[in-house]
Design a protein around this ligand. Sequence first.
Ligand SMILES: Cc1ncc(COP(=O)(O)O)c(C=O)c1O
Length: 432
Amino acid sequence: MNLEELDKKYIWHPYTQMRDALLSKIRVIERAEGFYLIDSEGNRYIDGVASMWCNVWGHGKREIIDAIKEEIDRLQHSSLFGLSNDKAIILAEKLCKLTYMDKVFYSGDGSSAVEVALKMALQYWINNKEKRKKVISLKNGYHGDTIGTMSIGYIEDFFSNYKQLLFDVKQITPPYIHRRVEMSDEDYINHCIDVIERELKDEPICLIMESGAQVAGGALIYPKGYQSRVSKLCREYDTLFILDEIATGFGRLGNMIEFIAQDSRPDIVTFGKMLTAGYLPLAATLTTEKIFNAFLGEYHEHKQLYHGHTFTGNPLACVAALSNLDLYEKYNLIEDVRRKERIIASRLEEFKSDIIEEIRHKGMMIGIQLKNIRVGKAINYLIMEEGFKRGAYIRPLGNVMMLMPPLSIDDCVLEKLLDIAYNIIRDIEKEV
Ligand SMILES: Cc1ncc(COP(=O)(O)O)c(C=O)c1O
């Protein structure tokens, strides 16, 4: 059997209707060079979604690989259960200095980091002998696929099958500038803030939202000042404010730490994805001294956080993160993202089309929302297939064509990716 046949025999792919997948071609990636993925037939594809939004430097960045190689000869894994390791410690210090937070709890993926945040928030009140029940989140937010994260980022189409396992969450409408309500932007934002304020009066456990934008929700960017106002309200009403910066932290929207740029202050914040430049799995939940102190007590009081993962603080992943974060400074990456943001903005001007509903763009995140048009296949499959044919890996979210390239993508590869996206849209336009 060749690799494609073996894949069809053994692999169950995420978010995929496998009946269709079994009948379609699957590209088996064997290696990667810079911003290109290369399949077993030698075809090259621009990594247009940064391997699910996590790749920073392209593939094969020498400094990060060398750092991992050096560490793997020294220590492959040792746990944080009753022990520590130097790389986990140095990384924790670095993360706290970057964010002005105080404590770091490590996990292996974004969903787990959000679960940790929820458990911390709930137990914070229990340890303080306060009874609180309600959790608030934003509609259209996404925080992962585990039971807790599905509860807060509940989307009927995706998660209704699992509903009996989920807990109750109050989901509030977020303030899109891109909306169809007859109100000025300012009035609409004020209205959304008023709704939050009403909910905060019930003394909820926490309010959780993505930082800067709802990414998986279709690249929906918060209006200026919104996140900051929510942050201040949570403080005023003494509710824990949790920010999920898994998709937006470390430069995706043109800021190293998005919540700082948004003038907001979380009690708990989660990071993942680009933390290790997309080279190894690692996520982190950061919190403040105030939350941490509520977990101190006698052993028999059971105030400790009952949570831990086998690979928590894995030294290889931590060393990858340390090397990655050093490179941001060395190459002045955030400035480069801001420069490319301007290139993208001017290129997107050309994209106007009758089949486009709206284009949303910030930093290195582009969401091109197509109108509800009828094409032979589901539009997301069509775009992905057309992308492959033209030499790019583009995985849309429904009818939103997402372009989320590695942050350091070369200008010429970026231009090529935009050309491919442009040509796909022009071809679909001809079909409808
Ligand atoms: C904002 C946000 N939070 C959490 C997650 C879940 O992360 P993971 O897929 O690593 O579990 C994602 C994944 O896309 C995300 O975008």
